[in-house]
Design a protein around this ligand. Structure first.
Ligand SMILES: [Fe+2]
Length: 224
């Protein structure tokens, strides 16, 4: 008799616990919506970013020299560290693909530029942040598009090891007179870091230090 009462008591407890774990209908509805949210492209999409995979080398190092470094007039080094969203934790293994115009503002190609990546021109390359997040791009300073008000810029496509999609960021130059009009019209986007490069000059080379902050101002950036 006692055993049967004990059995009923335990059975009641189990039923209670099970019902507490059941989800209300509203929670179930939210769960069903979750995949739709995750399908939103990280960074809002990026036309042309997929070209980062065209002729991408198997081995990517923390430093890269574009063809502009040797054949251009104004050498430019963009260097710094890649950080996680907190702006402090170094982020290793992040691939940053860069592409920009030549000194005349054109996406000029050469015979080494793959036909399906010609829209990015010949000044393109890849770096992968080292264990401390360091990276260095050695290239030529791009010119502004001819007969246009768009300032000089460098496009970046950022591919993190633990996010399936790449997302873009654009860099401009503080000493470019066209930038003021651009920021007045579009605002300062600061995608994945300060969009403005401040160059210092050393022996004829322009050097810009730039911190990449993963996910900063990147729509649909996932929680990690
Ligand atoms: Fe461009």
């Amino acid at each position: 008799m006692i055993d049967r009462n004990l059995l009923l008591f335990v059975s009641g407890i189990i039923t209670l616990l099970t019902s507490c774990q059941a989800q209300p209908a509203s929670d179930k509805a939210n769960q069903q919506k979750a995949p739709a949210r995750s399908q939103q492209p990280v960074g809002g999409g990026c036309e042309g970013c997929e070209l980062m995979y065209v002729a991408m080398p198997n081995e990517i190092t923390p430093e890269h020299r574009s063809i502009g470094w040797t054949e251009g007039t104004q050498k430019l080094i963009v260097t710094g560290r890649v950080f996680q969203r907190d702006g402090k934790t170094p982020a290793p293994g992040v691939i940053i693909y860069y592409w920009h115009t030549d000194e005349n503002g054109l996406y000029s190609s050469n015979s080494l530029t793959p036909a399906n990546a010609r829209q990015h021109g010949k000044h393109r390359g890849w770096v992968k942040s080292d264990k401390d997040g360091n990276y260095t791009m050695k290239t030529v300073r791009p010119g502004a598009y001819p007969n246009d008000v768009i300032p000089q810029h460098i496009h970046l496509s950022i591919k993190e090891p633990d996010i399936p999609q790449e997302y873009y960021a654009d860099l401009y130059f503080e000493d470019d007179p066209l930038y003021a009009g651009h920021v007045k019209k579009y605002g300062k986007a600061d995608r994945a870091g300060n969009e403005l490069l401040r160059v210092r000059r050393e022996g004829g080379v322009q050097i810009a230090e730039h911190a990449v902050i993963l996910g900063l101002n990147i729509p649909n950036y996932p929680d990690k």
